[in-house]
Design a protein around this ligand. Structure first.
Ligand SMILES: [Zn+2]
Length: 144
C-alpha cells in the first residue's frame, strides 16, 4: 500500500471557492484530454454496476450509493463508506465521488481532499472504464 503522503502547496484545495473551481477545471481538462466522456448520464443500474466493477478491480470497499435530485453534483462521506449522486449521475461526477472514497480508504488524504492524488485516482478509474466500455448497456435484457 502507498504511504500516506502529505500534500503541500498548491494542492491544498478545498474550502476556498476559487481554488476549488480550479481543481474541478483541472480534473475536467485532464479527463477531456483522455477522451473520456465525463458528461455521459448514467441510469442508476449502470452507476451501481460501475461502482461494483471499479471497487473490485481497484480493491476498495464498495460504497453504498444514494441517489437524490437532478443536479449533477455529488457528495462522499468522510467517515462512512457512502456516496450520493443525482438520479442520473454523469460518469465524471460518479468517478469523482468514488475517487474520494478510494483516497480516504487508502489514506491518500490528509486534511485536504482535492489533491493531485485524487486527480490521479480519478484518471485511473476513467482509463479503466474506457478500456472496459463499462457504461455501455450489456444487452436489452432479453436473454431468456
Ligand atoms: Zn470532491
Amino acid at each position: 500500500m502507498e504511504e500516506m503522503v502529505r500534500v503541500l502547496g498548491e494542492d491544498n484545495i478545498t474550502s476556498h471557492p476559487p481554488r476549488r473551481i480550479k481543481y474541478y477545471d483541472r480534473e475536467n481538462n485532464q479527463l477531456d484530454s483522455m477522451g473520456f466522456n465525463r458528461k455521459l448520464k448514467l441510469d442508476e443500474k449502470t452507476a451501481i454496476s460501475i461502482i461494483r466493477k471499479l471497487s473490485r478491480h481497484f480493491k476498495f470497499t464498495e460504497p453504498e450509493i444514494y441517489f437524490y435530485g437532478n443536479m449533477d453534483s455529488g457528495y462522499a462521506s468522510q467517515h462512512e463508506n457512502r456516496i450520493k449522486v443525482a438520479h442520473e449521475p454523469t460518469l465524471g461526477t460518479l468517478i469523482h465521488e468514488l475517487g474520494h472514497r478510494y483516497t480516504i480508504e487508502k489514506h491518500l488524504v490528509s486534511e485536504k481532499f482535492h489533491t493531485k492524488k485524487l486527480i490521479k485516482t480519478v484518471k485511473r478509474f476513467a482509463k479503466y472504464i474506457m478500456k472496459k466500455n463499462y457504461w455501455k448497456p450489456v444487452s436489452s435484457g432479453n436473454t431468456r
